[in-house]
Design a protein around this ligand. Structure first.
Ligand code: 13P
Length: 254
């Protein structure tokens, strides 16, 4: 357990800039004095407006994907420095929708992690097994492959800047959450992988968040697990009231 819990909202491809600002105006008073790290991963077009709206609040704004290149002839791509210029301070990488809908490979995600660290954008590395992998008893094999590939060649001193998010693919947007025990076991395994790569002390300081159908009414149980340091929330982050309830549940585990 790393101390203050992390609560990250992933809005995916929802909300125009104007709606995003209205959301933040509603959220700010609901979480004003909360002792949790609150992040919102918003659409590219809303980053700048959200950054302005959240400027004096305890909320960090980030993005959901980026290029592995610094700059270049890559039509339609967006670079880390562009995101930072707009106000992003973190980046989701390797989200299951990027891996499975857009075919991103472990190696490609690795290059993005390196790029984010080089350009000082905090990487939130997402990993998780598919239903087929879980049913074949290959959950740990899948997690190990994703974690080891993404984090190879990262100097130990850079490792504490990384946040890991465990999101079982079968639990995303399906209403099926992993049981607290199942999530706790997967988190302990992720922590052991981090310890193998960076040593036990550094592994203990890297937050590992759970994602996949997190809702206000299942948060408490999930975060009661030793190795769960917060949550990554999709659908339930779209409404400021429900997102703030999740933040309040998390802040109780300090
Ligand atoms: P849901 O909370 O909607 O299942 O989405 C999870 C997710 O993908 C967060 O990144």
């Amino acid at each position: 357990m790393v101390g203050r819990q992390y609560v990250i909202g992933n809005w995916k491809m929802y909300k125009m800039a104007r709606e995003a600002v209205q959301y933040i105006e509603k959220l700010v008073p609901l979480v004003e004095r909360c002792e949790a790290n609150i992040f919102l991963a918003v659409p590219f077009t809303a980053i700048s407006a959200c950054f302005q709206a959240a400027k004096n609040a305890n909320i960090l704004i980030g993005a959901q994907n980026m290029s592995d290149a610094k700059e270049g002839a890559f039509t339609g791509e967006i670079g880390s420095l562009m995101l930072k210029e707009a106000g992003a301070s973190f980046i989701l990488l390797g989200h299951s929708e990027r891996r499975h809908v857009f075919g991103e490979s472990d190696e490609f995600i690795h290059r993005k992690v390196i790029r984010a660290l080089q350009d000082d954008l905090q990487p939130i590395l997402c990993v998780g097994e598919t239903l087929a992998e879980r049913e074949a008893g290959e959950t740990e094999k899948a997690l190990k492959r994703q974690i080891f590939t993404a984090l190879k060649q990262i100097p130990k001193e850079e490792a504490p800047k990384v946040i890991l998010a465990y999101e079982p693919v079968w639990a995303i947007g399906t209403g099926k959450t992993a049981s607290a025990k199942m999530a706790g076991d997967a988190h302990a395994f992720c922590r052991a992988c981090l310890a193998e790569i960076f040593g036990k002390k550094i592994a203990g300081s890297i937050p590992i968040l759970y994602g996949g159908s997190v809702k206000p009414d299942n948060t408490k149980e999930l975060i009661s697990q030793e190795d769960i340091d917060g949550v990554l929330v999709g659908g339930a982050s779209l409404d400021p009231e429900s997102f703030s309830k999740i933040v309040h549940h998390c802040e109780k585990k300090k």
